[in-house]
Design a protein around this ligand. Structure first.
Ligand code: SF4
Length: 233
């Protein structure tokens, strides 16, 4: 009884909506999946279990912030801080902290033991996010703090602002924006369907139906109609 009620609580809270602007988490990720989010393409519903894991990640962030608010050596300048409004992207960094000499953008990531143990450096997709935070906050240094949610062990990595990487990420987003406006479905990831993002992708069925080609979203929908295929479009 409780399991069903708790599952329903999570599933009711998370209603998949059409996306209207980029989030920092989209940067450097599969452009086709982001295109589908903008077009509200049919997607596999996220399991309540996965939504609870996200919630658990949020509680871990709060635990870390509680300790940072208490230590004397660090000052929390701001927590849960939105990037300044601009046209292309929105996002919220976990915190901006200061050691009295420098300011740092802090991004906290919770992960399972298997991934945590393998971490020798920060993950590329996490560096992308921090780079954009550094760019929009005009801060030179970032810290990626990984929390092993099974053991509560911590690993931290410093990230230095890299204007070349930021320029490339922003250019990719501008290119994708043009494709969204022109209704052109981008190509899948070069190593589709083996990329780790494909394993967790809610749009895998639609993506497979399109295959490795760039085509118009409208043409694709007509093609499905003519073949009497229904993917929920
Ligand atoms: S299945 Fe892979 S390539 Fe296709 S949209 Fe999803 S993440 Fe992108």
């Amino acid at each position: 009884m409780l399991k069903e009620l708790i599952d329903k609580f999570y599933l009711d809270r998370k209603k998949d909506k059409e996306q209207h602007h980029f989030y920092i988490t989209d940067a450097g990720k599969c452009t086709r999946a982001t295109f589908f989010k903008f077009k509200n393409a049919p997607r596999k519903e996220m399991e309540a279990r996965v939504l609870r894991m996200f919630d658990h990640g949020d509680s871990i962030h709060q635990l870390i912030m509680k300790s940072l608010f208490s230590v004397r050596e660090i000052r929390v300048v701001a927590s849960e801080v939105n990037i300044p409004p601009q046209e292309i992207i929105s996002g919220r960094a976990d915190a901006i902290i200061s050691d009295g000499k420098e300011q740092y953008v802090l991004d906290i990531k919770s992960t399972n033991s298997m991934i945590f143990e393998k971490l020798k450096g920060p993950k590329e997709e996490d560096i992308n996010q921090v780079q954009l935070y550094l760019h929009f906050f005009k801060i030179k240094n970032g810290i990626l703090l990984y929390v092993n949610k099974d053991s509560q062990d911590l690993k931290e990595f410093q990230v230095k602002y890299d204007p070349k990487r930021v320029a490339s990420l922003l250019k990719d987003l501008q290119d994708l924006k043009r494709k969204i406006e022109a209704n052109t479905i981008p190509l899948p990831l070069p190593d589709w369907p083996d990329n780790w993002q494909c394993r967790y992708c809610q749009f895998a069925d639609v993506c497979r139906a399109i295959g490795r080609r760039e085509l118009s979203w409208e043409d694709f929908k007509k093609q499905l109609e003519s073949q009497n295929l229904n993917l929920g479009l």
